[in-house]
Design a protein around this ligand. Sequence first.
Ligand code: FAD
Ligand code: SIN
Length: 540
Amino acid sequence: MDHETRACDFLVMGSGIAGLFFALHAAEHGRVVVVTKKQSAESSTNHAQGGIAAVTSKEDSFAMHVRDTLEAGAGLCREEVVRTIVEEGPARIAELIDLGMRFTEREIPNEPGRRELDLGREGGHSKRRILHAQDMTGREIERALLAAASRRPNIQILENHCAIDLITSQKLGRSGPNRCAGAYVLDVVGGRVLTFSAPVVVLATGGCGKVYLYTTNPDIAAGDGLAMAYRAGAGVANMEFIQFHPTCLYHPRAKSFLISEAVRGEGAVLRTIDGEEFMGRYHPLKSLAPRDIVARAIDSEMKRTGADHVFLDITHKPARFIMQRFPNIYSRCMELGIDITKELIPVVPAAHYQCGGVVTDVNGVTEIAGLYAIGEVACTGLHGANRLASNSLLEALVCASRAARHSREHRPAPLAQPLPPWQSGQAHNPDEAVVVAHNWDELRRAMWDYVGIVRTNKRLERARKRIGNLQEEIQEYYWDFIVTRDLLELRNLAVVAQCIVDCALGRPESRGLHYNLDFPRPDPAWAQRDSVIHKDSQGG
Ligand code: FAD
Ligand code: SIN
């Protein structure tokens, strides 16, 4: 395979909200290259519906947003991180608006001609505080940020460039503290591996929903950044806390389509297939209870009734309101033959968000010098054991801007030694696509069956065994053959699956999103204790 070496000041992996916001800040201080796996807009960000949580109204306060976040996080949030992110949120939102983001507005009641930001509501929030662009908030964020990036000559975005692995001083055999010096990146279209040398490398690669059979995430969410950081020796924490979104559309022709929590925020209720409004039996906030509780309640109702879905009902609201507030959800469901103004929406829980990730502080600083992690790939301590709805876009904005400042102020000198080119296998395997697809399917099914919403140690052990076997098989194929994006993703998904299972087995209690029937209650001894793992200590 051909190779080529390139240098820049900031190498950013990912063009979602975290990567692009970082790039816009860093571009004032050096050359930024953003590598992105597919097209620039393809990201979880682009699919975000509900919006961004931030305190912008007089009826709301930082204290209330902090309290709601801590409550959802079930004793595992880092309070100082929560406070920083909540308090810096409004300024970052103002910057986003200055960059061109258009949030939905409404007329101020009793003040004709005057407008204000329209605020949505979602589960676990005690106030209306979700800024949104109808039900397509993410699409509008990507549009605004990509347009702003295109006006900065210092930012180069390389599409169809898939990062393979980080280059660290440790991997180069240097003694002393580990530091990152660049990365190997597969140019998918050009069929070559580029060696990037950069004093600052930023993981903004998003989450890992594709490790589960059913997910709301787009195909790019293969946990690449987490796996690369783990292989490079960085700490990874709290991966047992995978958030399952309660309401993914259940329809044979709808892959991964989310029905936003904002729909429940506007009054929709969950019903069993017999029509019973069941959430009152599980939580005083009923259909607007925190996500972990709603997802477990649905799981339990589906098991109790033997049904393969439940229903979401918003038919009591005026049709005009539904079509104006949720035009994307309305038209997608209509395409599939469901008129949500008149009919119930079939929904099921699906893997949605990784609350854990690469261990960082609130500046995105990892345990490896020169390496930053921001957005969903990072574990800052904001989410604890369960993320409050619409807090992730907020975290990405605040941490991206802080990481840009920190990396500018603490930029290490480039490594003196030249970086070696990527060593790849040479063989092409005609069966490769079949093998990858088969292994991918097996992995995702095992994760869904054994490491889902409700867990037991026996199921987790079973998953660990299967993942181990798969890893051996993948390793054999991986090292023999020329790398492809599918192969890289499969290898990364197996690492992520292992991290989830290792963290889950390491927590002998139930807390937030991690529910284990063998330990059905929270154990006070485990409050404030993160599940931190390292490659070397795991032997993986
Ligand atoms: P992403 O936006 O996922 O971007 C990751 C980027 O990294 C992509 O460009 C991808 O191509 C690239 N990438 C990945 N691997 C590689 C690699 N190996 N090499 C190069 N590039 C790579 N959160 C909220 O706060 N509010 C919401 O309303 C909301 N709604 C959501 C709805 C859906 C359907 C989903 C899936 C998520 C939602 N979330 C929401 C969560 C939120 O959208 C994500 O957590 C957030 O967008 C993550 O941003 P990010 O920049 O970290 O990653
Ligand atoms: C949604 O719109 O329901 C998603 C919000 C989120 O994941 O924060």
